[in-house]
Design a protein around this ligand. Structure first.
Ligand SMILES: Cc1ncc(C[n+]2csc(CCOP(=O)(O)OP(=O)(O)O)c2C)c(N)n1
Ligand code: SF4
Ligand SMILES: [Mg+2]
Length: 285
């Protein structure tokens, strides 16, 4: 049991007070610590990747191997890291702008490949860092910097999109209620294949939906998570725009061959790849 792991950093935290990102950060630290200490996940095998946005500051605040990518390019960066060294545990922190906007095609193709990475979306329904412009998941009527008269568009349902594209794990939670956040993060990280948690993260500064969510959320039960049609029905119960109840929990979870299983065909190939990486790191080749 390793007890000296310190996942805190000395970076000054510049998130707004009350931002939902705080509980997400505390949740990931707690889960990583428990996976390292209790389930023998090697600390050095953890890699966090982010886009650019308020969410990206997670890279400054969690003391692991981290890669700050470009806005909209967190997924290809994560895929490259995973394919170069498949034994790594790669976890992406992305925004609704980063993942569902500028980087959407990367996200869909990562799901299609069923590459074994975890994507956590800080879905605050705005561009937080650049002061509240609308994103693909912003509800109709939202008034912000780029939509002063109210957004005239309907939001996408990201989980429906990702289910149809091939994601093998899809879940949703809010950023408050840390025990549930931890549960969703842990399940997603332990899933073998492409996993995504859509976190309805409260942005207290530009779009505070705390009360809206609290009045509507419930935990989904009585649901066969391996059944595609059942998942689709559950996912369609709330369209990110209406006033209906908002289900939280795991919508879909299915074990299917991953991209790495297909790409690195044999166990021997995987071992050869890891041996080559070790030699590269030692400067021997
Ligand atoms: C290629 C590129 N496009 C646009 C930007 C400007 N930009 C930086 S952060 C951001 C929005 C971030 O929104 P989101 O991904 O939702 O993250 P949040 O700040 O809400 O966590 C934008 C548009 C950029 N830095 N690089
Ligand atoms: S702008 Fe919104 S998302 Fe960004 S730190 Fe502040 S509350 Fe959080
Ligand atoms: Mg955002």
């Amino acid at each position: 049991m390793k007890e000296d792991i310190n996942l805190n950093t000395y970076a000054e935290n510049t998130w707004c007070l009350g931002c939902g990102n705080f509980s997400m950060m505390n949740a990931i630290k707690a889960i990583l610590k428990s996976l390292i200490e209790e389930e023998n996940l090697p600390y050095e095998d953890i890699v966090l990747v982010s886009g650019i946005g308020c969410h990206g500051k997670m890279m400054d605040y969690v003391n692991t191997n981290n890669f700050y990518s470009l806005h909209g390019r967190s997924i290809p960066a994560a895929e490259g890291i995973k394919l170069a060294n498949p034994k790594l545990k790669v976890i992406v922190f992305s925004g609704d702008g980063d993942g569902y906007g500028e980087g959407l095609e990367h996200l869909l193709f990562a799901a299609k490949k069923n590459i074994d990475i975890t994507v956590i979306i800080h879905n605050n329904r705005v561009y937080g860092l650049t002061n509240g412009q609308y994103t693909p998941t912003t509800p109709e009527g939202y008034k912000g910097r780029s939509t002063p008269e109210g957004s005239a568009e309907l939001p996408i349902n990201p989980l429906e999109l990702l289910l149809s594209t091939g994601a093998t794990f899809l879940a949703r939670c809010t950023s408050h209620g840390i025990n549930f956040v931890k549960k969703m993060f842990k399940e997603a990280i332990l899933h073998k294949g492409f996993s995504l948690v859509d976190v309805l993260q409260v942005c207290v500064t530009y779009y505070n939906m705390y009360e809206f969510y609290n009045k509507r959320v419930f935990e989904i039960t009585d649901h066969n998570v391996e059944d595609y049609n059942s998942a689709l029905t559950k996912i369609r119960e709330w369209n990110y725009n209406d006033d209906k109840k908002i289900g939280l929990g795991i919508f879909y979870k299915k074990l299917l061959p991953t991209f790495e299983d297909r790409f690195l065909h044999s166990e021997k190939e995987k071992i050869d790849r890891n041996a080559e990486i070790d030699l590269l790191l030692k400067g021997a080749i």
